[in-house]
Design a protein around this ligand. Structure first.
Ligand code: C2E
Ligand code: CA
Ligand code: CA
Ligand code: CA
Length: 277
């Protein structure tokens, strides 16, 4: 009996050591990757359900690893969050987006807002607002061109601190969305205390909305709730025409998903804007 417990313990220890080592390797390689241009920003368009006009885009990071090839952000963002490197990644994305928006303005393109993903620990950085301010000034960007998507990957422990930051963002005209709404730690309770502008309905609900009545009911309730609180809703991960029709009928404001467009390089998105000119 003792032996079994012992071997289980050793297995767990092996696993722990292995995963710590993996984190460490990814962290070191990510640091190098950030310095040597291996990370790129892609943009995925968002559309208004009402007339299917462009509403803006979400910035999504891509890592082309020199030997391992394409690595999904689902894999390296959690590592970056554990190791603190997420701060550098977030700032890299923010600067690239501001630079891109500046180029759009120079080319006299219609400028639609671009959303950037931040995790909670990034917002709590004492110089977070200063950094945004400095970078927006550098590229002559106003807050209306920027949106911020927050994922509640951890429990919000300090509501007043987070509120303070969101109010400051609002003063710049930056809109704030709660990402992956309905999953993780995002809670209904937060809606009444945190001054957000928009809810992003998680893809897992959208995936099953056609077949599963429960999903459909949950989405309907979230959309109605959002309306009553004056919040906009975005459905992410839309892949079919049926999903488009259903979500439009339920009163969702914006659509994002492969059905409309996959995340694309900045150059392709810029071409799209040129066509709209
Ligand atoms: P997210 O913020 O929920 O982003 C949406 C994810 O769904 C993206 O995956 C997007 O490519 C994918 N997606 C959009 N439409 C569809 C669809 O119709 N079908 C399918 N199958 N997928 C769709 P991606 O780019 O792999 O990013 C995964 C997650 O990694 C993001 O989830 C976000 O949490 C995180 N992430 C990505 N870029 C950044 C970043 O710059 N900073 C931070 N902090 N996190 C990021
Ligand atoms: Ca997001
Ligand atoms: Ca999301
Ligand atoms: Ca997600």
């Amino acid at each position: 009996h003792g032996k079994i417990i012992n071997s289980k313990y050793i297995l767990f220890e092996d696993y722990l050591i292995k995963s710590i080592r993996e984190d460490y390797i990814i962290e070191e390689e990510l640091k190098k990757g950030l310095k040597s241009n291996q990370l790129k920003i892609y943009l995925q368009p968002k559309y208004n359900f009402s007339d299917l006009s462009l509403n803006g885009a979400e910035a999504l990071i891509r890592w082309n690893h020199p030997s391992k090839g394409f690595m999904s952000p689902e894999k390296f963002i959690p590592v970056a969050e554990r190791t603190g490197l997420i701060i550098d990644i977030g700032r890299f994305v923010f600067e690239q987006v501001c630079k891109f928006l500046y180029e759009c303005k120079v080319n006299e393109l219609c400028v639609y807002p671009i959303a950037i993903n931040f995790s909670l620990p990034e917002l709590y950085q004492s110089d977070f607002i200063d950094y945004l301010d400095k970078t927006m000034k550098k590229y002559a960007i106003s807050g209306e061109m920027i949106e911020i998507e927050i994922t509640e990957s951890t429990i919000i422990s300090d509501i007043s601190a987070i509120n303070n930051i969101i109010f400051q963002l609002k003063n710049y005209g930056i809109k704030v969305s709660m990402d992956d709404f309905g999953t993780g730690y995002s809670s209904l309770n937060h809606l009444k205390i945190i001054p957000i502008d928009c809810l992003k309905l998680d893809k897992s609900f959208i995936d099953t909305v056609e077949k599963d009545n429960n999903s459909k009911n949950i989405i309907k309730i979230i959309i109605d709730l959002a309306k009553s609180l004056n919040l906009k809703t975005v459905a992410e991960g839309i892949e079919t025409k049926d999903q488009v029709e259903l979500l439009k009928k339920l009163g969702c404001d914006c659509a994002q998903g492969y059905y409309f467009a996959k995340p694309m390089p900045l150059s392709d998105y810029k071409k799209m804007l040129f066509k709209l000119k």
